[in-house]
Write a protein that binds this ligand. Sequence first.
Ligand code: ADP
Length: 173
Amino acid sequence: MTRVRVVRGDITTFEVDAIVNAANSSLMGGGGVDGAIHRAGGSSIVAECREIVAEHGECAPGDAVITGAGLLPSRFVIHTVGPVWTGTRPDDDDVTLASCYTTSLDLAAANGVGTIAFPNIGTGVYRFPKARATGVAIGAVSEWVAARPDAIDKVTFVCFDDENLRQYESRLS
Ligand code: ADP
């Protein structure tokens, strides 16, 4: 059975097999958690991302790619791209956000990852409403691990701000 938990923290400090990055389609780094991961992980991560983009093109929203983790304490970084929330197509955005979580878990399992940490994808610069994003994230992860109970040992939702932490704590308790 996969353990699923929530903690507050800076995801760049987590000693897990893989941390997930809320990237943008260019995979070249940005603000928020993306900037923090590239700053702490060093230049090898962006170098790997550049090779991936050169070979496969940009990363579409809902999709994910995997790189090494450079100087970070994890082994891998899984870069996924959330939907930019506009409020005009909320159901499509839910599907895209859910896909960020499940595609990341697929990649993790394919790479032998036992422990994985997710940030609150889409809820920063991409403005996905936090309560709604929490429901999508927990729903997608719960469904994925229920279907594959032996694939991953532990999933950690890492919340950086109070509102996300409250949302996750109330739903995971
Ligand atoms: P997006 O573009 O997908 O919205 P952001 O990085 O802007 O991505 O925000 C996603 C979430 O990551 C936000 O809830 C933000 O508070 C959180 N965040 C920012 N820095 C960190 C960090 N170092 N560790 C974990 N979460 C972080």
